[in-house]
Design a protein around this ligand. Structure first.
Ligand code: HEM
Length: 487
């Protein structure tokens, strides 16, 4: 009796789901994809994905179904894309800018990354203004001071010449730099610990079907959910204190109180992100928006900058010719020249990001139907509600768009008269507002290391995995040798 009731309920739910998705199915008849079971769709494909098997499974999936495919899970329609022409066309579209990522919404809900579509253009424009090159340059002195601490740690490692995992060193220094740059002051050790704990918690949630959306996460992992909310609350309590302190300092400055000025000037000379968020907006941000923006920028900057720097160090260590050319470029540069005038190092970073895009997916949720034309796939439409995931790892390794040896580490691709396309910061209206800022920060951290140390290709090769950002299961191993000083 129970079995019959379950069967009847299943059939009813499947029928409702069939009618609910009828319109969407009409649009995607031309797309291939895995077999769809009634109601469940191709849930099995998604359930079987883990951070470790992601690359193998996704390569097999693409080989079987192609670079533009459909995959159902219940009523949700996923479109997986690994095609440059299609991705570039969609990303440049002004009317399809909704990102739809839900995983991080408790932490970043009102940030520009996740705010409501009507607010987004103004919020994004504010960030573009904040990361303008002149503003970014103000931060360089601070970055250089902090870089010298990382340099000193490298020197200790160079003494042994043994292979080591560079990630813990890089991550902890990047975290300090990012928090100092964004908050304008060094938060407490407890703040840093909560930030790291929360980041770790989200990394574990990624690719786990239990925590795919907020409801299933709450129901299936109530204790982890409670811990997550506690950590967010703790961070925001300290964020509020920092905002209050900064507001008081800015008030004192505007009322011209002389005693405080010296201290204040020292603290504010690099124009922190928080200060610019408080003073730069035409329309004042609410407290919730301010907290979410600060949290999102801290998280993105920490995760993406530290990951990219680790990959760049390993790539340079494993390509001696590239390392030599970087060194020659650095030695030819005079003290007064800006780091922005290092085209080869710039190309090395871009090539690192092409082959190892720290943020592997770009996502769009269609809020209206989307018509496309494609030189090989022809014309087609995707329906409102479809969730589109662009796999940058596969896309930026395609021989159709990146030449005969697409997986070769070859920075000169970005120095050619017609450089290849880099999607790792996104493209079009929604692309990362901090692209130039990130490249300058990475060069500020990397250039002195390359001047002082030879990076040696010792240690195990990378074993890629995916925990929110791209990473390596066995860390980022290399060895260091101090260079002879040249006059
Ligand atoms: C190597 C470093 C970085 C990479 C690869 C990167 C990549 C990206 C990507 C792919 C997006 C989404 C674009 C899209 O959906 O089309 C994005 C958005 C964003 N990034 Fe970055 N990013 C980096 C560094 C940073 C840093 C340092 C910050 C802030 C300090 C930052 C702040 C943001 C913000 C706020 C957004 C959302 C903008 C919006 O949707 O309005 N990013 N980034």
């Amino acid at each position: 009796m129970i079995l019959i009731s379950i069967f009847v309920c299943f059939c009813l739910a499947a029928a409702v789901n069939y009618f609910r998705t009828r319109r969407q199915r009409k649009f995607i008849k031309n797309l291939k994809g895995p077999f769809s079971f009634p109601l469940l769709g191709s849930l099995h494909k998604i359930l079987l994905l883990t951070p470790q098997n992601f690359f193998k499974n996704s390569a097999a999936y693409l080989a079987k179904y192609g670079n533009l495919t459909r995959c159902w899970a219940f009523h949700r329609l996923f479109i997986f894309v690994a095609d440059l022409e299609f991705a570039a066309h969609l990303l440049h579209s002004e009317s399809h800018v909704q990102t739809g990522a839900e995983l991080m919404s408790d932490w970043f809900n009102e940030s520009s990354l996740m705010c409501a579509a009507e607010q987004w253009p103004q919020r994004h424009a504010q960030l573009i203004e904040i990361f303008r090159p002149e503003r970014v340059l103000q931060q360089r002195k601070l970055w250089q001071q902090q870089q010298s601490l990382l340099q000193a740690k490298f020197l200790e490692q160079a003494a042994s010449r043994e292979a080591f995992d560079v990630q813990p060193l890089v991550s902890s220094h990047v975290l300090d730099i990012v928090l100092l740059s964004n908050c304008g002051m060094q938060p407490s050790e407890q703040y840093k610990q909560s930030f790291l704990d929360l980041t770790k918690l989200y990394r574990k949630r990624f690719l786990s079907i239990k925590s795919a959306n907020r409801l299933t996460f709450r129901l299936t992992s109530p204790f982890v959910h409670r811990r997550q909310q506690r950590l967010i609350k703790r961070l925001n309590k300290d964020n509020r204190l920092m905002i209050d302190e900064l507001r008081q300092q800015l008030d004192l400055m505007s009322s011209g109180i002389v005693i405080e000025r010296f201290e204040l000037a020292k603290k504010l000379e690099h124009g922190s992100l928080l200060q610019l968020l408080l003073t730069g907006a035409e329309q004042q941000l609410s407290e919730a928006q301010l907290l979410a923006e600060l949290n999102a920028c801290n998280y993105l900057a920490y995760m993406l900058i530290s990951t990219t720097l680790c990959f760049a160090l390993v790539q340079i260590a494993r390509h001696p010719g590239v390392q030599q050319r970087c060194l020659e470029e650095l030695r030819a540069q005079s003290e007064e020249q800006q780091l922005s005038e290092l085209p080869y190092l710039d190309a090395v970073l871009k090539e690192t990001l092409r082959l190892q895009p720290a943020q592997l997916w770009l996502a769009r949720q269609l809020t209206e139907d989307y018509d496309y034309t494609h030189s090989q796939l022809g014309a087609g439409s995707l329906p409102l509600g479809a969730e589109i995931y662009m796999n940058l790892f596969a896309l930026q390794r395609s021989s159709d768009d990146y030449g005969a040896l697409p997986t070769k580490f070859e920075p000169t691709r970005f120095l050619a008269a017609h450089p290849v396309e880099l999607l790792s910061f996104g493209l079009g209206p929604r692309r990362c507002p901090a692209q130039d800022y990130s490249l300058l920060l990475l060069k500020t951290l990397l250039a002195p290391l390359l001047r002082q140390f030879e990076l040696l290709p010792n240690g195990e090769p990378l074993r890629l995995d995916l925990h929110l950002t791209l990473g390596s299961k066995n860390g980022f191993q290399l060895a260091l040798k101090q260079r002879e000083a040249i006059n």
